[in-house]
Ligand binder design. Structure first.
Ligand SMILES: Nc1ncnc2c1ncn2[C@@H]1O[C@H](COP(=O)(O)OP(=O)(O)OP(=O)(O)O)[C@@H](O)[C@H]1O
Ligand SMILES: [Mg+2]
Length: 316
């Protein structure tokens, strides 16, 4: 049964290209109005998943619903609910930004194509460039225009295949803002990314896709908890003290950075262990000059999970 608060529901999806198994029993649920990130490296199957959900490709097994409509049996209804912005911007270079938008509006028989165009140009901060040919746009501006074009039909669910790949930091941040605004306006966003920080910043829910399988799923905080081992860094005043400290903390296998007089220790995150370490140094008469704790990043999570699942890849 599909509840009314579920925008995307995927169950047991499988897909192969000839002998190459690309997706293996994928299950995904995305709540309405949320941002879902499918995180994976090159060739992990992200675009294949997007193609199936946007009715461009049929799965071999399993089923998927968008707003309650089946992507295979009710593909027309699904198309009426969604938009897709692909890995490379599908804009017409010869036309201006405004013309690109108006044409899509007319193709969709929108009665107020001109108003909708103005509204989107404003929303995407493209007013100043609206009457310039797209050939003169930066990569970031093209991506924005491409996304704006996909919103002409006011979709309920927006699919973004690697929306920020190839953009500079400013372009990425600007795209992130747009994606957040979309989500705040009630649109459901399903995006793919190779960037951990992007998923971390944007997504309510993240699934890590590796070799066609979802190997971990949850909020950024939940994924980070899968690796309880953070690090602490202890800084000392000079080389002599740092070496004495290392000897005192022998059992913790501290790694020494002589140049910066610091010790890095993997911890289990417990207060008991932390207190033990600090007490031992204090009793040994070695003051800690600098103390910092490093929580695991999503990168650590990703590498650990991928490491655990190492096998045959199907990268081109
Ligand atoms: N039409 C096709 N025919 C045969 N193999 C394909 C086809 N499309 C994709 N593949 C293969 O399927 C695997 C998954 O491809 P897919 O494009 O879904 O990955 P992706 O995660 O989107 O990668 P990228 O990050 O590079 O965009 C890859 O090994 C790719 O070479
Ligand atoms: Mg892809």
């Amino acid at each position: 049964m599909i509840g009314t608060d579920i925008a995307i529901s995927v169950s047991g999806i499988e897909k192969s290209y000839k002998n190459l198994k690309v997706l293996k029993k994928i299950n995904v649920t995305v709540q309405k109005g949320s941002i879902f990130a499918l995180l994976g490296s090159n060739g992990s199957g992200k675009t294949t998943m997007i193609k199936i959900l946007t009715t461009l490709l049929k799965p071999d097994k399993g089923n998927a619903q968008i707003c309650g409509f089946d992507v295979v049996r009710q593909s027309d209804q699904v198309r009426g609910k969604i938009s897709l912005t692909g890995q490379s911007a599908a804009v017409d270079e010869i036309l201006t930004g405004r013309e690109n938008l108006r044409i899509i509006g007319k193709l969709r028989h929108l009665s107020d194509a001109n108003n909708k165009t103005d509204e989107l140009l404003e929303q995407f901060h493209l007013i100043d460039a609206a009457d310039r040919r797209v050939a003169t746009y930066s990569g970031g501006m093209r991506r924005k225009l491409d996304l704006a074009m996909s919103l002409i039909g006011t979709p309920s669910v927006v699919f973004l295949d690697e929306p920020t790949t190839g953009l500079d930091p400013q372009g990425r941040i600007s795209m992130w803002e747009i994606i957040r605004d979309l989500s705040h306006s009630g649109v459901t966003v399903f995006l793919t990314t190779q960037y951990l920080d992007e998923a971390d910043h944007l997504a309510d829910q993240i699934a890590i896709l590796n070799e066609g399988k979802i190997v971990a799923e949850g909020t950024a905080a939940e994924l980070k908890k899968m690796i309880p081992h953070g690090h602490i860094e202890l800084g000392f005043r000079d080389e002599k003290e740092v070496e004495l400290a290392r000897d005192l903390l022998d059992e913790y296998n501290a790694s020494l950075d002589e140049e910066h007089q610091t010790l890095t220790i993997a911890t289990d995150g417990s207060l008991k262990q932390m207190t033990n370490i600090l007490n031992r140094l204090e009793n040994g008469g070695i003051p800690v000059a600098v103390f910092s704790q490093k929580l695991p990043t999503l990168e650590d999570v990703f590498l650990t999970i991928i490491g655990k699942n190492k096998g045959k890849g199907h990268d081109a």
